[in-house]
Design a protein around this ligand. Structure first.
Ligand SMILES: [Mg+2]
Length: 369
């Protein structure tokens, strides 16, 4: 705990909410297509090597779950309906729920499109009771999107995350500082957030089945067996998790550069070399809904001298193609070059949040819901 010299930081109890949409992708599909309602739905590929990205609650009763091979899912549930993912729609809904969160706190840490931690200790509405905030947020999400969300409320991220599962779907649960540590003791370690199947297996081999078992091991033992995760496990076994809710860092620029195996001497190969860099910075813009007005080209020569050329437009670039066009304009006067070019870079700055909805560029599939 950092504090100013001579001052002891008051150990304030935080109020953390973990909001998690219920069967997100599948629920969006059922919302938008009434024929899917009440039926077992899997979002994801039905082809031979496809994987279920999300399953409706009806499908889950058959044992179908996300990350399951589609073949297995179909065997478990022969009537399973496969639906193609529509990430543009999921991203749009994700933006809607983010706006609702932002009414309450700037401290929002998204885990994926449909999950986020909120620190509401000092919330913008001045609401004292975090469970009340969670109830309001869930009601607003329902009103704005027609979808159900669950929430967990606690004094740290780990317990808030565990709590959001307790009354799922369409429910919420609170774990107070009083009940948190005892709750952890009874919990099976394989249900712990941050304990994956491999770690759970390792814990079982070490005789650790529950939080209570974990609590019996000392810090040295946990660091010896689990390395950097040791202190985290030591803490959560006691219901302690000091990790802060970290909002998305505000970035001032987005850049990518590449050093080439052989020096470049002409325009065409230089543009070829820049294309993947443009694609990379654009991908970041697209997934974060950010647009840039300024494009900067960086050229480093074989003697390590470097130049930059920038162009700022009135309107932000709205596609990879637009950025590439600007890069092409900037690159033109670089040739003929006296020296070989060893490195090229593209940086976007004058960033702003995109006003329009997400693009329907699906090549950058997002993580599983
Ligand atoms: Mg979810």
């Amino acid at each position: 705990m950092n504090s100013e010299p001579g001052l002891i930081a008051p150990d304030r109890v935080r109020k953390i909410i973990h909001v998690d949409m219920d069967a997100f992708y599948a629920s969006v599909e059922q919302r938008d297509n009434p024929e899917l309602r009440g039926k077992p739905v899997a979002v994801g590929g039905s082809e031979a090597r496809g994987v279920v990205a999300a399953a409706s609650y009806e499908a889950r009763t058959y044992g179908v779950h996300s990350a399951m091979p589609s073949v297995t899912a179909k065997r478990k549930c022969p009537d399973l309906i496969f639906v193609k993912p529509r990430f543009d729609v999921y991203k749009f809904v994700s933006g809607q729920i983010r706006e609702i969160f932002a009414e309450y706190t700037p401290l929002i840490e998204p885990l994926s499109l449909d999950e986020a931690y909120l620190d509401v200790t000092e919330n913008l509405m001045g609401i004292e009771i975090a469970t009340e905030i969670a109830r309001e947020i869930r009601a607003k999400i329902k009103a704005a999107t027609g979808l159900n969300a669950s929430a967990g409320i606690s004094y740290n991220k780990f317990l808030a995350k565990m709590a959001s599962d307790l009354n799922k779907p369409n429910g919420q649960a609170v774990l107070t500082p009083k009940v948190g540590p005892r709750f952890v003791e009874t919990l099976s370690v394989k249900k712990f957030h941050g304990v994956g199947p491999a770690t759970a297996e390792k814990m079982h081999r070490l005789g650790i089945q529950t939080g209570a078992d974990l609590k019996e091991r000392d810090l040295q033992f946990l660091i010896y067996h689990f390395g950097k995760s040791g202190p985290y496990f030591y803490g959560i076994a006691r219901g302690i998790d000091e990790r802060r809710v970290r909002p998305d860092r505000v970035r001032k620029s987005i850049g990518a550069e590449d050093t080439f195996a052989e020096d470049i001497h002409s325009f065409e190969p230089a543009l070829e070399g820049l294309r993947p860099l443009v694609a990379k910075v654009w991908r970041y813009c697209d997934t974060h809904n950010i647009r840039a007005k300024t494009v900067t080209l960086k050229v480093k020569y074989s003697d390590f001298n470097q130049i930059t050329r920038a162009k700022t437009a009135d309107k932000p670039a709205a596609s990879a193609t637009e950025i590439e066009n600007i890069v092409t304009v900037l690159l033109g006067p670089v040739f003929p070059a006296q020296k070989g070019i060893r490195l090229l870079g593209v940086t976007l700055s004058s960033l702003e949040q995109a006003a329009e909805g997400p693009t329907d560029d699906l090549q950058f599939a997002l993580p599983l819901a």
